[in-house]
Design a protein around this ligand. Structure first.
Ligand code: C2O
Ligand code: CU
Ligand code: CU
Length: 430
């Protein structure tokens, strides 16, 4: 709906009950009992989102991956009290990308996301190359929100982690778009999956049964320069990738999350759930398939990262529940950046357990990984990045033009339990 030049969306967060096949599970959702609607907007469009909070605790809606002013970023500073409505407006100022939204209240993010509050936020643009990609929602362009859950004897979501888990609750059951064991009929020769790891702490190594090759076309913040051929892609909590897979007539093709290669650190992998394999989604191809437009050889004019005129270099060490030895303090601003500048950030984890770097309101490029050029699937725009222990990533952070000296943005670990436990810092862009 368009009102006074704004595309308007209404979201209402509320608790509800969902039957996943385990009886009545107490859940929460936006405009429904689990997850929320996919919001789809165009680059350049003015949007207005009204969010009513009918939960019995404070909430917010954070636009993960969106380039927007801090005042509408949905961070913990601007809670929406129970029964109140927030009104957020901004102009979509970024190219085509697969983003998502979720609550970000102080200390209760894991709990609210676990109950079901999350949704996809898709941006389209006018680039003819992205228009040539599969883009018919629900037909050849499918959202794939992957979340692990554990069901208790009473049918409720398990909320207490296993003693051996350092990343919060690891579920033994996958929900994909809120469904257990989903399949989808498809009838085109190419199918695009918008993979979102919407889990609280679990990582996935996605790939197809039979090692079917696919192309990665985009990562968190936008299109890659060219399609990257792969048979697997790993996503940490909060990360996204769009992939395009070729289908054969009449086949059933299963997307899986696989166990790691045997040379990885077994103890770490075990405690973070990396020993678990899952079937994620079955694609059932029609007997005859409509031929899709072949993937363009070039997807975007991704410029090489420009490291000239870097305003600052900073480094961030992730350890246990701290970033640079500090735990979150809502009254402390950790750094101040200048709108429209670039900085080089070195991020690295010295902790045995996995951490996931995420930055609000801006995008970054990976310059190097332990001094080597990044693999092609990390060469595009990112906002979330897995940090295995002792691997040093140098990032070129581009601060957008949204200056506000009063409202901070966040950077934090996207393992939601770690975030709630204060593995988070704040920055101002002025
Ligand atoms: Cu997806 Cu600060 O979060
Ligand atoms: Cu975010
Ligand atoms: Cu962490």
């Amino acid at each position: 709906r368009v009102e006074n030049g704004f595309r308007v969306f209404d979201l209402r967060a509320d608790s509800g009950v969902t039957d996943f096949g385990h009886g009545e599970t107490r859940t929460a959702g936006y405009n429904g009992s689990y997850l929320g609607p996919t919001l789809r907007v165009r680059s350049g469009e003015k949007i207005r989102v009204r969010v009513r909070n009918d939960l019995d605790q404070d909430s917010t809606v954070h636009w993960h991956g969106a380039i927007l002013p801090a005042a509408v970023d949905g961070g913990p500073h601007r809670p929406i009290r129970p029964g109140r409505t927030a009104d957020m407006r901004w102009t979509v100022d970024q190219p085509a990308a697969t983003l998502w939204y979720h609550p970000h209240p102080d200390g209760h993010t894991e709990e609210q996301v676990l109950r079901g509050l999350a949704g996809m936020f898709l941006i389209d643009d006018d680039d003819p190359r992205t228009a040539a990609l599969p883009h018919e929602y629900g037909v050849d362009d499918l959202p794939v929100i992957v979340q692990d859950r554990r069901f208790g004897w009473d049918g409720q979501f398990g909320t207490r982690p296993d003693f051996s888990s350092d990343v919060g609750v690891l579920g033994d059951t996958l929900l994909v778009n809120g469904t257990i064991g989903p399949y989808r009929e498809v009838r085109t020769s190419l199918v695009r999956l918008r993979l979102l790891n919407g889990s609280n702490g679990r990582q996935y190594d996605f790939g197809f049964a039979g090692d079917r090759g696919f192309h990665v076309i985009s990562t968190d913040g936008g299109m890659l320069a060219a399609p990257v051929p792969r048979t697997g892609i790993r996503l940490a909590p909060g990360e996204r990738a769009d992939i395009v897979v070729p289908m054969r007539p009449g086949e059933r093709l299963v997307l899986r999350s696989r166990s790691p290669a045997p040379d990885e650190n077994i103890l770490v992998r075990r405690f973070e759930g990396g020993m678990d394999s899952f079937d994620v989604l079955e694609l059932r191809a029609a007997a005859t398939l409509t031929p899709s437009t072949p993937l363009p050889a070039v997807l975007s004019d991704l410029p090489p990262p420009d490291t000239s005129k870097v305003a600052h270099e900073r480094s961030f060490e992730f350890y246990q529940r701290t970033i640079n030895d500090k735990n979150m303090d809502m009254h402390r601003v950790d750094l101040i950046a200048t709108a429209g500048t670039r900085e080089i950030w070195t991020v690295h984890s010295t902790h045995l357990m996995p951490h996931v770097f995420h930055l609000h309101g801006q995008r970054f490029r990976v310059l190097d990984v332990d001094g080597e050029p990044p693999p092609p699937e990390l060469s595009g725009w990112k906002d979330t990045l897995n940090l295995p222990m002792d691997v040093r990533f140098r990032l070129l952070v581009t601060f957008a033009g949204n200056a506000d000296e009063n409202t901070p943005y966040m950077y934090h670990c996207h393992v939601l339990r770690h975030e709630d436990e204060g593995m988070m810092g704040q920055f101002l862009v002025v």
